[in-house]
Design a binder for this molecule. Structure first.
Ligand code: DHK
Length: 146
């Protein structure tokens, strides 16, 4: 079960085009390819799913239980609004690392609070798309410690 799920929420399909001054110029496909490259060295598979729909993200989180050893999750704006996603994360045993590309704490106050952080294993914020890579390295290191 050495598989990781890369999960991205609303508007992250627009990476590369969307507000590049905030989110950078890398596309989601670039990010997926980089993670695949990092993880293949550890013999770890990665699946990727992006949705603009809260319910689809919830379904994917439920399905992840028993199928993945970790989830790298950028919930987009649902970070700040979704009790349902928080409950979904709480309902599974798979550890989740929450990733934000931008430094949400340096932005509008409505982005300062995450409803999900308390039920995630950890949070990586403000390091650009490198945050996804760091989360992948984290899960890979956990596999190696086993
Ligand atoms: C992405 C979004 O879409 C925003 O709604 C969040 C997050 C921040 C990010 O930095 O990756 O507020």
């Amino acid at each position: 079960m050495n598989s990781i799920l890369l999960l991205n929420g609303p508007n992250l399909n627009r990476l590369g085009k969307r507000e590049p001054g905030i989110y950078g110029s890398e596309t989601l496909e670039n990010v997926e390819a980089k993670l695949q490259n990092i993880l293949k060295a550890y013999n770890v598979n990665i699946d990727s799913f992006q949705s603009n729909h809260e319910g689809e993200l919830i379904d994917k989180i439920h399905q992840a239980d028993d199928n993945y050893m970790g989830i790298i999750f950028n919930p987009g704006a649902y970070t700040h609004t979704s009790i349902a996603l928080r409950d979904a994360i709480s309902s599974i045993d798979v550890p989740v690392v929450e990733v934000h590309i931008s430094n949400v704490h340096a932005r509008e106050s409505f982005r300062h609070h995450s409803l999900l952080a308390a039920v995630c294993e950890g949070q990586i914020v403000g390091l650009g798309t490198k945050g996804y890579e760091l989360a992948a390295e984290y899960f890979a290191s956990k596999i190696q410690e086993r």
